[in-house]
Design a protein around this ligand. Structure first.
Ligand code: ME8
Length: 517
C-alpha cells in the first residue's frame, strides 16, 4: 500500500456565497491533493458546507426562507464555484446530510458513554457571527463587541450540555509540545500554547432546538437540544470517512485515511481546530491529525473586504477575472502572491502585474519561443541533446526545482515552490538570450549545438509545466501538448532531467498567456 494523503478544508457557512477567502483555502488544498496524486500517493480531499447554527437560521429568516431552503440554494454556489475553479475534491460533505447526522449522534453517544458530557447551565456572552462563547474578560476588552466582526455580543442564559474540555488541557499541552508539526506555522503554535497556559473551561456543546427553528442535530439523550454548531462542524472531518461505523453504507473503507495528513484553515478558526477538535478526538480515543495549518487573511485593495466599501472579492468578481485571464492564472496568483501563513492583499493591479511578468513574459514566452524555434529549425521535432550546448545553468535550475518541490509542498511553502519554477524559467530565457539560437541557425556548422540548446529549452519547459500542473492543470496540459506530450503524468516519473525523446513531434504552437494591457 502506497503513502496516504488526506487533506481537508474548513466546511464553509452557507449563509452567504463564496469569496476569495474560501477560494484560497480550497485552491491550496486542491494543489496539494493534485501534487500528491501526481506523486502516486493515495489521496483523499474533502471539503463541504457547514449548514447549522444561529448564523444560518438568522440569514434564512432575513430572506424569508427556511434554513433548509437557504442551505439548499447557497450550497449550490459553492459546489458550482469549485467546479468552475477546477477543484478536484473527492467528497463534499454537508452537515445536513443524513450520513453526517447519524454519525454525529453516534459520536455524542460515545461521549456520553465515556462520561465526557454532563448537564449544566450556560450563562454568558455569545458571538453569533463566530458561533463562539466569549469570556467576560474578553467581552469587556472588546467593549462587548465581536473581536472579528465588531457586531454586539449577545447575552445567553440557558441550560446546556457541557463537554469536559478542561480535563484534556494537560494532555493537549503535552501533545503540542511533543509534536512541533501539529500546529503550523510556528507563530500560531505559540499563540495556542500561550492561550492554553491561561487555562481551559468546559465547553457548552448544546443549544435549545426551539430557539434554532428546529434546525440542528438533536442530542441522543435530549431531543430538545441540538449539538453546538462547532462540534457538529468539526466532526465532519471524520464522519465523512465513515466514523463511527454504523450500518452497511459502504464508505467505511475511507477510515483508512485517518488521521488526516493536513487540515487547512484560516487563522480565524485556529482555536476551534487546535483545542476543541483535538480534545474531542482524545475523548473519543481517536488519533489526532498530523498537521493543522492556519493561513493568513486576505484584504482587498488595502482594506478589510466589505460589500459596502465595494472591494469585496466575491465569486462574481473572481469569475470575471478568470474569464479574462483564465482560472489557472487566478489559482496561480493566490498562492504565488503571499507566503502561505502570512496575510495578503488582493489588488487588480498586483494581479495583472503578476500575470504579465510571471505568466505572459515568463513561462508563456519561454514555451512560445521554444516551440517556434524547434518548429522553424527542426521541422517541429525534438532535436538531439548536445554537451557543447552549455546548458548547465538550465539543468542546475531544473535540478534545484526537482529537489525543492517535495520539501516545499510538505511545508505548504507554495511560493517557495513557485520561486524555483520561476528560477528555471528565468535561467532558460536568459540561456536563449545569451546563446542567440536565431543567429546560430544561420550557420550550418553550428547545427548540432543549436539542437542541443533547443533540446535543453524544451526539456526545461517540460519540467516547468509538469511542476506547474498541480497549480495550473489546464494551462500545463495545453503547454505540454504543444511539446507533443499527453497526460496523465506522474511527477515521480517525469520529474527528471533528460527525458524528452529526440525526434518526437511537437504539437501546434499557441499563446498560453496572452499579454494583458
Ligand atoms: O468559519 N482570507 O466558515 P466560514 C482568507 N463554518 N481566508 C478566508 C477569509 C479571508 N478574508 N475569509 C474566509 C467557518 N476565509 C466555519 C468552519 S470548519 C469545521 C467550520 C476562509 O464560511 C478561511 O479558510 O466563515 C476561513 O477559515 C474560512 O474561510 C471560514 O469560512
Amino acid at each position: 500500500m502506497g503513502q496516504k494523503f488526506y487533506v481537508t478544508t474548513p466546511i464553509y457557512y452557507v449563509n452567504d456565497s463564496p469569496h476569495i477567502g474560501h477560494a484560497y483555502t480550497t485552491i491550496a488544498a486542491d494543489v496539494l491533493a493534485r501534487y500528491h496524486r501526481a506523486c502516486g500517493h493515495q489521496t483523499w480531499f474533502l471539503t463541504g458546507a457547514d449548514e447549522h447554527g444561529v448564523k444560518i437560521v438568522k440569514a434564512a429568516a432575513e430572506k424569508g426562507l427556511t434554513p433548509r431552503q437557504l442551505a439548499d440554494s447557497v450550497v449550490v454556489h459553492f459546489q458550482e464555484f469549485w467546479k468552475f475553479l477546477n477543484i478536484s475534491n473527492d467528497d463534499f460533505i454537508r452537515t445536513s446530510d443524513a450520513r453526517h447526522e447519524k454519525r454525529l449522534q453516534a459520536i455524542m453517544e460515545r461521549l456520553l458513554q465515556r462520561d465526557q458530557v454532563y448537564q449544566g447551565k450556560y450563562e454568558g456572552w455569545y458571538d453569533e457571527g463566530q458561533e463562539e462563547f466569549v469570556t467576560e474578560s474578553a467581552a469587556r476588552e472588546n467593549q462587548y463587541q465581536s473581536a472579528i466582526s465588531g457586531k454586539p455580543l449577545v447575552r445567553y442564559s440557558e441550560p446546556s450540555w457541557f463537554f469536559r474540555l478542561s480535563q484534556w488541557r494537560e494532555k493537549l499541552l503535552a501533545y503540542i509540545q511533543a509534536h512541533p508539526e501539529f500546529i503550523r506555522p510556528e507563530s500560531r503554535r505559540n499563540e495556542v500554547l500561550s492561550k492554553l497556559a491561561d487555562g481551559l473551561e468546559d465547553l457548552s456543546i448544546s443549544r435549545s432546538l426551539a430557539k434554532l427553528d428546529n434546525w440542528g442535530v438533536s442530542l441522543p439523550n435530549d431531543p430538545t437540544h441540538c449539538v453546538y454548531v462547532w462540534i457538529d462542524a468539526l466532526s465532519n472531518y471524520i464522519t465523512a470517512l465513515g466514523y463511527p461505523p454504523i450500518g452497511q453504507e459502504g464508505d467505511q473503507g475511507r477510515w483508512d485515511f485517518w488521521p488526516a495528513s493536513l487540515q487547512l484553515i484560516g487563522k480565524d478558526i485556529l482555536w476551534f481546530h487546535t483545542v476543541y477538535w483535538p480534545c474531542l478526538l482524545m475523548a473519543l480515543d481517536v488519533p489526532l491529525p498530523r498537521t493543522i495549518f492556519a493561513h493568513g487573511w486576505w484584504t482587498s485593495e488595502g482594506k478589510k473586504m466589505s460589500k459596502s466599501l465595494g472591494n469585496f472579492v466575491s465569486r462574481e468578481v473572481i469569475t470575471e477575472l478568470c474569464n479574462e485571464y483564465s482560472r489557472d492564472a487566478f489559482r496561480y496568483f493566490v498562492l504565488r502572491e503571499v507566503p502561505f501563513g502570512a496575510d495578503g492583499d488582493f489588488s487588480r493591479q498586483a494581479f495583472q502585474l503578476r500575470y504579465n511578468v510571471d505568466l505572459a513574459n515568463g513561462v508563456g514566452n519561454l514555451l512560445a519561443r521554444t516551440v517556434n524555434m524547434i518548429g522553424r529549425y527542426f521541422q517541429a521535432q525534438v532535436p538531439q541533446p548536445d554537451p557543447s550546448a552549455g546548458a548547465q545553468p538550465v539543468q542546475q535550475a531544473a535540478e534545484a526545482l526537482i529537489a525543492a518541490a517535495g520539501p516545499a509542498m510538505e511545508q505548504c511553502r507554495f511560493n517557495a515552490y513557485l520561486d524555483k519554477v520561476q528560477d528555471l524559467v528565468n535561467a532558460t530565457n536568459k540561456f536563449i538570450d545569451v546563446t542567440e539560437p536565431f543567429k546560430l541557425a544561420k550557420d550550418a556548422t553550428q547545427r548540432q549545438r543549436l539542437g542541443g540548446i533547443l533540446y535543453a529549452c524544451a526539456e526545461a519547459v517540460r519540467l516547468v509545466l509538469s511542476y506547474l500542473e498541480p497549480f495550473m492543470p489546464d494551462k500545463a496540459a495545453e503547454g505540454l501538448s504543444q511539446l507533443g506530450l499527453a497526460g496523465p503524468r506522474r511527477l515521480d516519473q517525469v520529474g527528471r532531467w533528460g527525458l524528452l525523446t529526440p525526434g518526437q513531434a511537437l504539437g501546434k504552437a499557441a499563446m498560453l498567456f496572452p499579454r494583458k494591457l
